[in-house]
Design a protein around this ligand. Structure first.
Ligand SMILES: *Cc1c(COP(=O)(O)O)cnc(C)c1O
Length: 413
């Protein structure tokens, strides 16, 4: 056992305390539980430099700020520190701009998405609690990450996907060892099946924010970003928001780092980006509401942000407000246009959800919500390769004589 700094868990809405070393789902109030740490003690015993000097690659270097006490329960599939890539050509920098636009490319993580962070922690805690069977509703990426980590840990997993989840995701999940089912509904319908099966089957519900540890995994995005940027956070973070785990987790990371005194300067503005066909958080934000009711007929091809209702809605809105950020929605048309443009201009292959943040950045800039002097981070949360791509129609017949002139100014001839 290593020293662990978790003090207790806390209901995110009532503040009621819960014992740390027990299996928990939602709080009695039906809302997410947050893990709390004894930061005062941590601060006395561990310094920022201890983290910087850690020999561990990837998210487990932040173990003092994570809940898994026994190192043998820390599952790993080779999570790496994901790079920050400067967009040199898509963004028009002029010589007097102080700003920069960086893409944090989370597509490099196991199973190709940042869901790996949350599920790495959730499944490691499941292992610590000796849980035998995990179940999850998913639009694709969470299911794949859970399947991979559960299989690696020798834990049984069952996954429910909306019937129109892209084939590649569904096949990936099944290949990674989960019992995989297609449901004729959306992710909230899948979530209902998981919830109802808890008593009847005995599986543990790993849905977004319905257990306390996925947030802690996603929190490592914030810790990593801080360390990568020499403990000085960017001015603005654009985050494609579905259930909101990442946005909530990063904001939690920043508050913990601030309390530890590990970051210099101010905290970033958090921008929640959604698709116009499924924008419950944006609507609630614009109405000044605390909660976001179910969005009817949710539609967007950016599956990761097709989440019509979020149990942590108020936590997303709270983080956006506390950070003086905002919520913004962009159309699927803009999303795919931006994806193709960034890929062909900068060689950086965004997933549609990541491309949504690019579009939102451009819109926010032209509406003067942010400035060219801002240091901006866009989250690309999955590899672009998991999504349908434009067809290639150019053909060459090797048996005909090739007119090489056509390549010189192709496609203008
Ligand atoms: C899950 C997911 C999101 C949304 O993340 P949350 O933290 O749940 O809001 C965005 N993009 C992709 C690719 C995802 O898989």
């Amino acid at each position: 056992m290593e020293k662990n700094y978790v003090s207790h868990l806390e209901c995110s809405i009532t503040g009621k305390k819960y014992e740390a070393n027990k299996i928990h789902g939602l709080s009695d109030a039906g809302r997410p539980l947050l893990v709390r740490y004894d930061l005062q003690n941590l601060k006395k015993e561990i310094s920022r430099d201890d983290i910087t000097n850690s020999k561990v690659d990837g998210l487990w270097r932040y173990s003092p700020l994570l809940p898994v006490s026994d190192p043998k329960n820390r599952i790993t599939l080779g999570e790496t520190i994901t790079p920050l890539i400067k967009l040199n050509r898509t963004v028009n920098y002029s010589s007097n701009d102080k700003g920069v636009v960086l893409v944090k490319d989370e597509g490099r993580l196991p199973t190709g998405s940042f869901k790996a962070r949350g599920l790495c922690l959730a499944v490691s805690m499941a292992k610590q609690f000796k849980l035998k069977h995990l179940a999850i509703p998913t639009n694709g990426n969470a299911g794949a990450a859970m399947a991979a980590y559960a299989t690696n840990a020798g834990i049984k997993s069952t996954v429910f996907c909306p019937g129109d989840t892209p084939e590649i995701n569904v096949k990936e999940i099944q290949s990674l060892g989960a019992e995989t089912f297609l449901v004729n509904g959306l992710i909230n319908d899948c979530g209902k099946i998981v919830g109802e099966g808890k008593e009847k089957v005995g599986w543990f519900d790993v849905s977004t924010l319905k257990e306390p540890y996925r947030i802690e995994g996603k929190k490592t995005m914030g810790l990593e970003l801080a360390e990568q940027l020499n403990w000085e956070l960017p001015d603005v973070i654009f985050y494609p928001t579905g259930g909101g785990t990442g946005l909530i987790g990063m904001w939690k990371a920043f508050l913990e780092l601030k309390e530890l005194g590990w970051i210099n300067g101010k905290l970033p503005k958090m921008i929640a980006v959604q698709a116009t066909g499924c924008a419950p958080i944006v609507k609630a934000w614009e109405n000044g509401d605390e909660h976001a009711p179910l969005w009817e007929n949710a539609y967007t091809k950016a599956a990761g942000i097709r989440v019509p209702i979020a149990v942590g809605d108020f936590l997303i809105i709270r983080a956006v407000r506390e950070s003086r950020g905002f919520a913004i929605s962009v159309s699927d048309e803009e999303i795919f246009e931006a994806r193709d443009r960034v890929a062909s201009n900068d060689g950086c292959f965004l997933c549609p959800e990541g491309a949504a943040t690019m579009t939102a950045y451009e819109r926010a800039l032209s509406s003067n919500l942010i400035s060219k002097d801002d240091k901006v981070v866009l989250f690309n949360c999955a590899t672009g390769l998991k999504y349908p791509l434009p067809e290639v129609s150019n053909k060459i017949d090797k048996n005909n004589e090739i007119d090489y002139k056509i390549f010189i100014n192709y496609p203008s001839l």
